[in-house]
Design a protein around this ligand. Structure first.
Ligand code: MN
Ligand code: MN
Length: 479
């Protein structure tokens, strides 16, 4: 489905449906509370009631009016717009009375809620292309809100499309090709390293993991530079995990755990999505991103348990579990990021089941070495509708990474306790001291198993909006 948006004061000719926002407990003009009660429509966010006529009137619930919390209002508008998008697929021409002056959450929620991945469905009836008129004066604020909501929504859908794509189709080289295309379309610089270059650059973790796969690895570097910059322009580095399929390597996963493993590149997809929208959102900080891309398979010449990998910074790692591969490829990318001495490094990865067990399907884990950075990320996540919750990195747990034969183990055998934190500790070893660092574990949030507000089954694109919100936050102090 593609949506063409416009701003206009009145519905245009040919409008099939006019959408009116309804606050919970407030019947709209011309309808009685008794009538609404009879329909079961209560005005909760995302509820929809269609009343026949020409054009059809669509009542859109946006929840209680009395909220004052701006984040909660935005979340309700996104949820309402998402429900609307799913309810009005059949119409080609819609006119929508916006529930408030801020059009960004309305447009964002509509795009996210209406998304479906139907590329491989021969029975999917294609949704018609839609023309949506937002009934409001064409002020600069309205135009900006529409533009930003559209670009942010499209960035999330880009990430969702990548995550939903089967592993066979989205190989590391295919992901790299998509990155090159996205960079060209959105004004980013992009560099791709192939296998020989990755070996030359001594990325021992990425190279090691890729050895078990018949398809070669890639490393993608993306750079965004703001239009006006000086020596004082802040630079932030991002790292995203890109395991295009995680079979567990020699530590082969049982079948139930292989489901969804095409999504093990969701961190890299979130970074690419966020990078793609920085220019449109007029981001004022410079951003560099590293995406290590590989499969984790038991074919070819896989790393053995007990092997020792030498990472880019010379740290040696004893492999105790071949399914703890994400931290190995992230480690090299973190070293690369640190070499450019940014003011902060943020990584995002589907890293541990423990994070999903702790926080579930709607909240991602956040760890880091710098309280201010962690606080700012958490606030950005809340504003963006992607909640992040901090977990600690207790010094007392660090000794569990000790190896008898190398500098570190990649996995602590014999414990199920605190494994999200141990993974965080492992990554921390590869961040140069003095550079603030934060880590997002999106294992629980990368996929949705149901439909709820802007979430639909399959990939969520989680992280795109939190990262974009963080990077474009004008209120934050310089690092
Ligand atoms: Mn794994
Ligand atoms: Mn993995």
């Amino acid at each position: 489905m593609s949506v063409t948006w416009s701003l206009r004061p009145e519905p245009g000719p040919g409008t099939e449906a006019v959408v009116r926002p309804v606050w919970a407990g407030e019947p709209p003009a011309g309808l009685t509370a008794e009538f609404l009660a009879g329909t079961g429509f209560g005005g909760e966010a995302g509820e929809v009631l269609q009343l026949p006529g020409t054009p059809v009137t669509v009542l859109l619930g946006v929840g209680p009016r009395a909220r004052t919390d701006r984040d909660a209002i935005r979340a309700a508008i996104r949820a309402a717009a998402a429900g609307l998008a799913r309810a009005v697929r059949a119409y080609r021409r819609l006119a929508v009375h916006p529930p408030g002056p801020d059009l960004r959450p309305l447009v964002e929620g509509y795009l996210l809620g209406g998304y479906r991945f139907t590329r491989y469905r021969s029975d999917a009836s294609p949704s018609p292309d839609q023309f949506v008129e937002l009934l409001t004066a064409e002020t600069p604020d309205a135009a900006r809100g529409l533009f930003e909501g559209r670009r942010l929504g499209e960035a999330v859908l880009l990430a969702r499309d990548l995550v939903n794509e089967p592993g066979e189709a989205l190989t590391p080289s295919a992901f790299a090709d998509r990155s090159v295309a996205v960079a060209a379309a959105t004004g980013l610089e992009c560099e791709v390293w192939d296998g020989p270059r990755i070996a030359d650059e001594r990325l021992g973790g990425l190279l090691g993991v890729s050895r078990g796969s018949l398809v070669p690895p890639r490393l993608v570097r993306l750079s965004y530079r703001p239009e006006h910059r000086s020596n004082e322009t802040e630079r932030i580095a991002l790292v995203g995990k890109g395991v295009t399929f995680d079979a567990g390597g020699l530590s082969l996963k049982p079948n139930a755990h292989l489901a969804g493993m095409k999504a093990d590149m969701a961190g890299a997809a979130a970074v690419l999505g966020a990078m793609s929208v920085l220019g449109a959102l007029d981001c004022r900080v410079a951003v560099d991103a590293w995406l290590p891309l590989t499969e984790n398979m038991p074919n070819a010449d896989p790393i053995r348990i007990g092997d020792v990998l030498v990472m880019r910074n010379g740290t040696t790692v004893e492999i105790c579990h071949a399914d703890a591969e994400g931290r190995l490829i992230m480690a090299d990318a973190l070293v690369l990021a640190g070499e450019t001495r940014p003011q902060a490094i943020i990584d995002i990865a589907t890293l541990t089941d423990a994070a999903a067990v702790a926080l579930g399907r709607r909240v991602a884990a956040l760890m880091g070495t710098d309280d201010a950075l962690v606080d700012r990320l958490r606030a950005a996540g809340t504003r963006a509708g992607e909640p992040l919750w901090p977990l600690p990195l207790p010094d007392a747990y660090r000794p569990q990474l000790r190896s008898r034969v190398a500098d570190l183990v990649n996995y602590t055998l014999g414990t199920r306790h605190g494994t999200a934190l141990l993974a965080g500790h492992f990554l921390r070893e590869f961040v140069p001291p003095g550079i603030p660092w934060a880590h997002l574990d999106i294992q629980g949030t990368a996929l949705s198993d149901g439909t709820d507000a802007e979430w639909v089954p399959g990939a969520t694109g989680f992280g795109v909006r939190a990262l974009a919100e963080f990077l474009t936050d004008r209120s934050r102090p310089p690092a």
